[in-house]
Structure formats: structure tokens, C-alpha cells
Design a protein around this ligand. Structure first.
Ligand SMILES: Nc1ncnc2c1ncn2[C@@H]1O[C@H](COP(=O)(O)OP(=O)(O)OP(=O)(O)O)[C@@H](O)[C@H]1O
Length: 277
């Protein structure tokens, strides 16, 4: 794929002892597009995310994130905190990681903690109520409320996050990640456990983040209806390697992809496709 990649993964490998979770993987995620990373269970998708976001140090390979101004950052050289801060990569996890006892609004304020700490002069300006601190705090509240509105939860701002319906919690996590104003948003199975109506709301939210904020999105997802509906580009992994990539329509008809999902070999998959079943 040619174009304007925000993320270039180049020959990435990750081993755990004898297990090769990711093997010589290369792909690009285009700027202001939605790139889906799919594959059967154990294909290595989450391990790729963990390398990109600095949870794991890859065994070998490079991951370059290029900001809009052309400044490029080699992610494999940074730890997770610096990847979040300097590269502006935000992520969500397979399981919900909100603070359940805090309100929806407070969960979004927490995401802006670092910016607020800077504005508070590491608490001193906050203690004396300096105008610069008050302005920064108001801006953080405004941004939180804007995102609550975007996900349809403004009227539940003061409810504990843990009391919200599951689909709302999923969207709140994405809103929390967006409050860090990321360049690249990495979402690990955001549609897991959602019903059809909630999946549709999620797809709508992600499409609006792409079009309104212009945020680039990298998505791991098993729900093919979501993948097919919102992805600009799909990368398919199996056993740690890339087996296909292209548009959703292209990969949907690829016998290697069908074989990987069916657990069949490629010839069987072609036979299934040709029989139209
Ligand atoms: N910390 C680890 N230590 C040892 N093996 C690991 C570790 N993390 C992942 N693996 C192994 O690496 C392989 C890829 O796992 P990974 O979780 O990346 O796959 P996945 O495609 O995200 O799967 P799923 O769709 O089920 O979440 C698996 O065989 C897994 O057991």
C-alpha cells in the first residue's frame, strides 16, 4: 500500500522463549484512515499492539510513527510512557479498564491528568488557584463534556462508570483515549461483547472520529460486520505472519484468509468459495 503512513511496522518479530508470536511482520497504517488487524485466536494481534504501545520490547524490527509535521519517532526505542506522551499513541484493552467507582466525567478527567499537572506547576499553581490552572482545569472539563456528548452520555456524566451499560462503558473508554488527543488510536477488540445495536453505535463513533478529528485508527477486531463496514484497509495475520492485506472486499474473498478462519487448507477454502457455501 502506498500513501501517507502514520505508522510503518517493519519486519517486526516477538518471541517468548520458543514461541514466535510475531514473525517478520511488515505493514503500514495510513494517516486519517482505519486499519484493521484481524486473524484467528492466537495469531499475534495483541502482541503487535503490545509492541507498538511499548508494553513489550520487540525481539527485532522497527515501528516508525510519523507525525503530521513529518517528525518521525522510532517506537521500539521508547518505553510505554514516552510512547503515549511523545508519539501520542493511545490504546484500549480487550477487557474494560475504566475506574468503575469514578463518575463518567472523572474517568475522562483522569485521562488529562498529565496536562493538568503541567498546568498546575506540579500542584503549586493549583493550590493557590492561579488563573492559568483554572483555565486549564476548565478546558479539561469542557473537553470531557464534549466527548460525553459525542458518545451520548452527557446526562450520565455524574453516574459511576461501573453502573453504565456495557456498550456505554466501551464507548466511554474510547472517549477517554480521545481525551489524550492521540495521533494514533489503537483499539483492541472494541466490539467484544456488544449486541448488534451497540456495535452499530461503535462503528458510527469510530467513523466520526476518523472524519471529524482526523485521527488514525488501528483496530483489532473479531466482529467482521464492524471490520467490513468501517475499515479502509485490513491486515490479516495467522500464526504470527501476515497472510493477506487489502480492502475489506479484497480480503473477504481471499482463499488464504478463508482457510485461516475455517482451519482448512487453501484448496478446501477455494472449493468452499466455488461451491458458494
Ligand atoms: N507474554 C507472553 N508470554 C508467552 N506467550 C505469549 C505471551 N503473549 C502472547 N503469547 C503467545 O503468543 C501468541 C500470540 O498471542 P496474541 O495474544 O498476540 O494473539 P491474538 O491474535 O491477539 O489472539 P486473540 O485473538 O485470542 O486475542 C499466542 O500463542 C500466545 O499464547
Amino acid at each position: 500500500m502506498s500513501g501517507d503512513p502514520i505508522l510503518s511496522v517493519d519486519r517486526l518479530s516477538m518471541r517468548f522463549g520458543g514461541i514466535v508470536a510475531v514473525n517478520d511482520l511488515s505493514f503500514d497504517a495510513e494517516r486519517r484512515k482505519i486499519t484493521a488487524l484481524i486473524g484467528p485466536n492466537g495469531a499475534g494481534k495483541t502482541t503487535v499492539f503490545n509492541c507498538i504501545t511499548g508494553f513489550y520490547k520487540p525481539t527485532s524490527g522497527a515501528m516508525r510513527l510519523t507525525h503530521d509535521d513529518g517528525h518521525a519517532i522510532q517506537l521500539q526505542r521508547l518505553n510505554d510512557f514516552r510512547i503515549a506522551k511523545l508519539a501520542r499513541v493511545a490504546r484500549t484493552f480487550q477487557n474494560i479498564r475504566l475506574f468503575p467507582g469514578m463518575t463518567a466525567l472523572e474517568n475522562l478527567m483522569v485521562a488529562q491528568h498529565n496536562a493538568l499537572m503541567r498546568a498546575s506547576g506540579l500542584t503549586f499553581l493549583g493550590l493557590i488557584g492561579a488563573p492559568s490552572w483554572r483555565n486549564a482545569e476548565q478546558a479539561a472539563i469542557d473537553l470531557s463534556r464534549t466527548w460525553l456528548d459525542r458518545i451520548g452520555l452527557l446526562d450520565r456524566a455524574d453516574d459511576a462508570a461501573g453502573n453504565l451499560p456495557y456498550g456505554d462503558q466501551r464507548r466511554l473508554e474510547i472517549a477517554r483515549a480521545m481525551c489524550t488527543q492521540p495521533a494514533l488510536l489503537c483499539l483492541d477488540e472494541p466490539a467484544a461483547g456488544l449486541n448488534a445495536r451497540e456495535s452499530a453505535a461503535l462503528s458510527e463513533l469510530l467513523l466520526s472520529i476518523r472524519s471529524e478529528e482526523g485521527t488514525s485508527i488501528l483496530l483489532i477486531e473479531h466482529d467482521m460486520s464492524v471490520v467490513m463496514e468501517i475499515s479502509d484497509h485490513v491486515v490479516v495475520m495467522d500464526y504470527g505472519v501476515k497472510i493477506a492485506e487489502g480492502t475489506p472486499r479484497h480480503i473477504r474473498d481471499d482463499p488464504k484468509v478463508i482457510a485461516a478462519y475455517l482451519g482448512a487448507d487453501e484448496e478446501e477454502a477455494i472449493a468452499v468459495m466455488e461451491s458458494g457455501t
